[in-house]
Design a protein around this ligand. Structure first.
Ligand code: ADP
Ligand code: ASP
Ligand code: MG
Length: 814
């Protein structure tokens, strides 16, 4: 005998019932099939709404009632040939009349007791089983439909009644042996008490009906047919890359379901486990998929962690007080108070100091728990030996499940490290001594992220997904997106990184797509994006709460630089070519560095100095490996280099500056370059990264620009440069006279920083520097005489973008 159960989605439409029929017909004729059906998908919810509205005196309930009737009548008409519809139709109409009568009663009395609700909910399964039985009959299948209420006996706990197995097993066995049909059809979920009053087994309880029947007849197997291809490593509605668990033990399946894997109703496993009946979870819509086998022994070398699950609506209760220390019986009284109220405890933790005990319960019981516990400890609370019960709401539990975790140390370490890296705060932890599950209580808002982080950690070792938010899509940002696009495949294959650009934004708009923006076409989508401000952008990134988030700032905006702090504090990495934050006052710079460490994230700004050249990275490596910076000499302005390399007196200085601006080598306001301020900022950042506590006003600037050029508008700046051409010419002539080139040099010598124009002779390391190149010479304890030299293009969108790209990868691999 095989017991099969088809869930709500498997019987939602005529088409899906067609799949069910095929599956039944595909079974060997020699096997008897005991088949349990749920209500048509969504019906139970509708029935609850119906009862609730009637009880509220809302006569709209009649609309729902007629919808339910219409859906079932239509289904009969679609499934069964016209000549044979009669009995099924009249059965549905009789059931709907009965339901209508009950609802009228509820409407008049304005009262919906749990007992009446069970009666109302029972119609879903009664109708679906009747229809499918008629369909099988019309196909000539030798079948019989029985009302499960006559077989399954429960107590009076309406809405989630407990089964009386002794009576139930006896009745099922008798019924199955008295009736010889090859297919027996049962409505799931419904049962009755000893007085034949209808009860139900709890939401999702049709699985349980099937398990009860399977255990009673010692079936050879139980098959749970649903809308997914088995039990998955996580809830497929939360995680994209879930995998089917092909083989799992009863214990593991039970833990997963208990902690929220909705695919099987938790009590289902117990009866089949005690009879060692194997359970298959199969997909009605893809019957050829293997599915999941649940049984007692799972082959060796099975995965250490089998799956993870989560469920919401948790409240944490904390009983605390000095009066609890060392006195036995406190926890007993706490649990007694809860159990007297029939409140189920989901998770328990007690610190070894015994100063407090913490339990997690279903949020619906919060108020009742509070008053029951405070009543139980009334005297101790009055004597201030125990605090009134504290409650924390809007929490969830996430659980990692696997029989083999006990023999593999370090699993919980990995679990909490992964959560920590993503800024997920843990409110409580429990690990049963059986070590089949490690669970943690977190806030509801973090669930999706947590489940994804853990899934990645334990099941997707092959790939890590990075979620990138890009602010600023001008020259540099545009190039970055182009480069990311071109490298996507390489990164997946070589570095196992899946870089998902989830948002692009400019100062006005944002375009977001959680599954990752198509990088070939972001411009058009951004056009259609929604309006945003910097604050909105920040709130948005935090609220999205995606794992492995990286914020990339390609702007030069002070406002954008302001949001780093809030992001870093949420463990969101910041990668930026914007110099404002790293060159702001020292306290701010140090604070950002400090929270980066505290929140275990990255704040990377390699492109602040020398664009894509590995200047800061090299300096960091020197420092980390114990070297010391003695002196830095550098040409850090691509602009000034360009200008002095091209200014030979044959055309005016102003013209050369204009060319640099037109070719995109200058800051939007070229005076920032010409004044040396931009170089000061870069030197400041290098000095700080080299360990010096420094602010910008401590850097000497021996500028060369006449004051008149530096006031007013950019136009005035060009005008004044023309006026002062002789000044520039004189500087050039003097250098030529001495056979030197002009370089704007930044230097840091024993902690003393300065920038300014210098005469560089042909023997000097800085002499041969062309175009917009930068060069940095590091003189250190290990490179005392011959410096470590980094040289190459120090400006331009392409190289800057590649520097940002490298930082994104660095952040991803933390
Ligand atoms: P049925 O109506 O067939 O009883 P349910 O809706 O009760 O189906 O359960 C199946 C659903 O459970 C799936 O569609 C899936 O979204 C959800 N689910 C949650 N966690 C898991 C998991 N770990 N594995 C498979 N499905 C899961
Ligand atoms: N129809 C019931 C419910 O929706 C039982 C089930 O589908 O398992 O909860
Ligand atoms: Mg279900």
């Amino acid at each position: 005998m095989i017991v099969m159960k088809f869930g709500g989605s498997s019987v939602a439409t005529a088409e899906s019932i067609g799949h069910v029929v095929k599956i039944l017909q595909g079974k060997p004729k020699t096997k008897r099939l005991l088949v349990v059906f749920s209500a048509l998908g969504g019906t139970t919810d509708q029935l609850i709404a119906l009862g609730t509205m009637a009880a509220q005196g809302n006569d709209e309930y009649r609309t729902i009632l007629s919808e339910i009737e219409k859906r079932h009548v239509n289904l009969v008409k679609q499934l069964i040939p016209e000549k044979e519809q009669g009995s099924a139709l009249s059965e549905i109409i009789i059931l709907c009349k009965e339901l209508e009568g009950i609802c009228e009663g509820v409407f008049v009395l304005r009262e919906l007791s749990p007992r009446t609700l069970d009666r109302i909910m029972s119609f879903g399964e009664l109708m679906s089983a009747a229809i499918i039985s008629s369909k099988l009959n019309a196909l000539g299948i030798d079948q019989l439909c029985v009302d499960s209420r006559k077989l399954i006996v429960t107590n009076d706990d309406f809405n989630k009644a407990a089964v009386n197995f002794e009576k139930t097993n006896e009745r099922i066995k008798k019924f199955v042996s008295d009736n010889v049909q090859s297919v027996l059809v049962f409505p799931g979920f419904v049962a009755s008490n000893l007085n034949n009053i209808t009860t139900t087994l709890g939401r999702g309880g049709s699985d349980y009906t099937a398990a009860i029947i399977a255990a009673a007849v010692q079936a050879e197997s139980l098959e749970i047919w649903t809308d997914v291809s088995g039990m998955m490593t996580a809830d497929p509605r939360l995680v994209q890359n879930v995998k089917v668990i092909s083989h799992i033990s009863y214990q593991e399946a039970m833990e997963l379901c208990h902690f929220g894997a909705k695919v099987i109703y938790p009590p289902t496993i117990q009866p089949v486990m005690s009879k060692q009946i194997p359970v298959w979870v199969k997909n009605t819509f893809s019957p050829e998929s293997v599915g999941t086998l649940i049984e007692s022994s799972v082959p060796e070398n099975e995965k250490v962690v089998q799956g993870l699950s989560s469920f919401n609506d948790i409240t944490l209760l904390r009983l605390e007080g000095s009066g609890m220390i060392g006195i036995p019986g406190f926890s007993k009284r706490l649990f007694e108070a809860l159990s007297n109220e029939k409140i189920n405890v989901i998770l328990i933790t007690q610190s070894s100091s015994e100063h407090s005990i913490c339990v997690a319960i279903d949020a619906v019981n919060t108020e009742r728990a509070k008053s029951a516990v405070d009543r139980a400890f009334e005297n101790e609370i009055a004597a201030e030996r125990v605090e009134p019960l504290q409650m924390e709401t809007q929490l969830s539990i996430i659980a990692l499940v696997g029989d083999n975790m006990k023999s593999h140390p370090g699993i919980s370490g990995r679990m909490f490290a992964a959560l920590g890296r993503n800024g997920i705060n843990i409110r409580a932890i429990a690990q049963g001594s059986s070590e089949k599950n490690i669970s943690a209580v977190i806030t509801e808002a973090d669930v999706k992220k947590a489940v994804n982080v853990l899934h990645e950690e334990f099941f997707e070792s092959t790939k890590k997904q990075i979620n990138v938010f890009v602010a600023g899509v001008g020259n540099v940002g545009g190039k970055l997106l182009e480069q990311l696009h071109a490298q996507q495949e390489y990164l997946q294959e070589q570095l196992r990184l899946q870089i998902n650009v989830v948002a692009v934004s400019n100062s006005k708009k944002i375009y977001f797509k959680e599954e990752g923006i198509e990088l070939g076409n972001w411009q058009a989508n951004l056009e259609k994006g929604s309006a945003t401000s910097t604050q909105d952008l920040k709130d948005f990134i935090i609220q999205k709460n995606l794992r492995n988030s990286v914020f990339v700032d390609n702007t030069g905006s002070a406002e954008v630089a302001q949001v780093y702090e809030a992001l870093l504090q949420k463990s969101i990495a910041v990668v930026t070519c914007n110099k404002i934050a790293a060159s702001s006052n020292y306290a701010n710079y140090a604070h950002l560095k400090k929270i980066t460490r505290e929140y275990n994230t990255s704040f990377l700004f390699e492109t602040n100095v020398g664009a894509g050249l590995p200047v800061i990275g090299t300096l960091n490596d020197l420092m980390r490996s114990g070297d010391e910076i003695i002196k830095i000499e550098a040409v850090l302005s691509g602009t000034l280099n360009f200008v002095f390399n091209n200014y030979d007196g044959s055309r005016p200085f102003a013209e050369v500056v204009k060319q640099a601006q037109d070719e995109g080598y200058t800051e939007p306001d070229p005076r920032l370059d010409l004044s040396g301020v931009d170089v000061m900022r870069k030197l400041l950042i290098l000095a700080r990264e080299a360990g010096f506590v420094m602010d910008i006003d401590e850097i000497d600037n021996n500028g060369f620009m006449p004051e008149q050029c530096m006031t007013g508008t950019v136009e005035n700046f060009y005008e004044q440069m023309k006026v002062h051409e002789p000044h520039f010419k004189a500087i050039l002539d003097e250098a030529n006279k001495m056979n030197c080139r002009l370089k704007f040099v930044a230097s840091l010598n024993n902690g003393k920083a300065s920038v300014g124009l210098q005469h560089i002779p042909s023997t000097h390391d800085l002499y041969h520097l062309y175009g917009k190149d930068n060069v940095v010479l590091f003189y250190t304890k290990r490179y005392p005489a011959q410096p470590l030299v980094i040289k190459g293009a120090g400006a331009g969108a392409e190289v800057t973008a590649s520097g940002i790209f490298a930082d994104v990868i660095r952040a991803a691999r933390v």
